[in-house]
Each structure stands twice: as structure tokens, then as C-alpha cells.
Ligand binder design. Structure first.
Ligand SMILES: [Zn+2]
Length: 89
């Protein structure tokens, strides 16, 4: 059995304060007061987190997780260089 009650709870949350494009160094713009989100949000950008699960067996070049961010212009430039198109859905 659970006895519940509606209470206002405050909790710590990791909030991103600044995003910079890894390729060109441009700062990603902030959208203040976006919808009902209690913190600022960023303009669209590409966020990549790569998990190298088997790197220890085959390749020592990578950390377990590597990440980078790209502004929209750098993303578009990168995607144009692909031999195969990006999957869109
Ligand atoms: Zn960029």
C-alpha cells in the first residue's frame, strides 16, 4: 500500500549552461523562456555521444565514451561529405 500526497519538491538537476561547436568554436544560441521548460534551451545543434564498447579488444585509440557537439552549419557541411545520405524519418 502506498500513501501519497502532492508536495512541491525541489531537486538538483544537471543543467547545460553553454554549448560550443567543437569544429568551428561558435557558441550555440540560447532560447530563453522556452515553453514550460524551467530552464533555458539551446537552438538546434548536433550532439554526438559515441560508446566504444569493444575498443579495449581491438583499438586503444578511444575512451569508453567520446562526445562532441556541432552547430547546424558544421553539421550540414559534414553531412554533405557523406557518401551515403543521412537516414531521415
Ligand atoms: Zn560549427
Amino acid at each position: 500500500m502506498r500513501e501519497t500526497n502532492w508536495e512541491e519538491v525541489s531537486k538538483m538537476e544537471c543543467v547545460t549552461k553553454r554549448v560550443v561547436c567543437n569544429k568551428c568554436g561558435k557558441e550555440i544560441g540560447i532560447i530563453h523562456n522556452y515553453g514550460r521548460v524551467p530552464h533555458d534551451v539551446f537552438q538546434d545543434y548536433c550532439q554526438v555521444d559515441t560508446h566504444w564498447d569493444h575498443h579495449k579488444e581491438h583499438n586503444q585509440k578511444h575512451a569508453d565514451v567520446e562526445s562532441f557537439d556541432l552547430c547546424e552549419d558544421c553539421y550540414n557541411e559534414l553531412v554533405k561529405s557523406f557518401e551515403m545520405p543521412v537516414y531521415k524519418f
